[in-house]
Design a binder for this molecule. Structure first.
Ligand SMILES: [Zn+2]
Length: 210
């Protein structure tokens, strides 16, 4: 069983982060999904199809690390992309929060660099907002996976990639959006803000170069 107290505070955090991400235009319509670890076996996650700027505690549910709803939450429908969250919690016991957004810049860049398979971010001061990076003199290649409705297959692909590239902080899905994570929901939110800042720099640079 999970702690109801932990669930309430994690669910509140996810509602708050939803309001923030929606207000920035990064979680439009009912897109995106967010989760927070409760313990070694359970996470709180947004249920499917909710407006992310208007989340309430009733829109958050508990699933186990196989993505199955707990009995007292079985009347709610987990996000279609739940397996992309649980794979991260299974891989790394230190991960405390996973956030997925659908911003314009992430969508545009993921299409533009889809053939290359990654987007290279280098020499930006704001890379230091990513965990473990202490200098701008660094490079981060964010992989881009083809979009699919077969989330189980995508989760296998992401898992294989992470087995060889454990140091990355996130990835893109083509024409779809960004996944990032951190030791807490707050750290995952910082990673989104940093990535979105860098995506905007990349888009603007491409525009000015024309
Ligand atoms: Zn999505």
């Amino acid at each position: 069983m999970y702690s109801k107290e932990l669930f309430n505070s994690a669910a509140q955090q996810l509602c708050d982060v939803g309001r923030f991400l929606f207000s920035r235009g990064w979680s439009p319509a009912t897109s995106s999904n967010y989760s927070a670890r409760l313990d070694t076996q359970h996470i709180a996650i947004t249920s499917s199809g909710k407006a992310k700027g208007e989340l309430s505690l009733a829109d958050i549910m508990v699933v186990d690390l196989q993505g199955e709803a707990l009995a007292d939450h079985s009347h709610k429908k987990p996000s279609a992309e739940t397996l992309l969250h649980t794979l991260l919690y299974q891989r790394d016991a230190k991960i405390g929060g996973v956030l997925h957004t659908h911003s314009v810049n992430a969508t545009v860049l993921s299409r533009l660099y889809a053939k290359q398979g990654f987007i290279q971010l280098e020499d930006y001061e704001l890379l230091k907002a990513l965990r473990g990076i202490s200098t701008h003199e660094t490079q981060q290649a964010l992989p881009i996976f083809p979009n699919t409705q077969d989330i189980a297959a995508l989760s296998v692909q992401v898992n294989q990639y992470l087995a060889e590239n454990a140091a990355i902080h996130g990835y893109l899905i083509e024409g779809h959006g960004l996944y990032t994570w951190g030791e807490s929901v707050a750290e995952a939110r910082r990673h989104i803000e940093a990535c979105e800042f860098l995506f905007e720099c990349e888009v603007l640079s491409l525009q000015l170069r024309r």
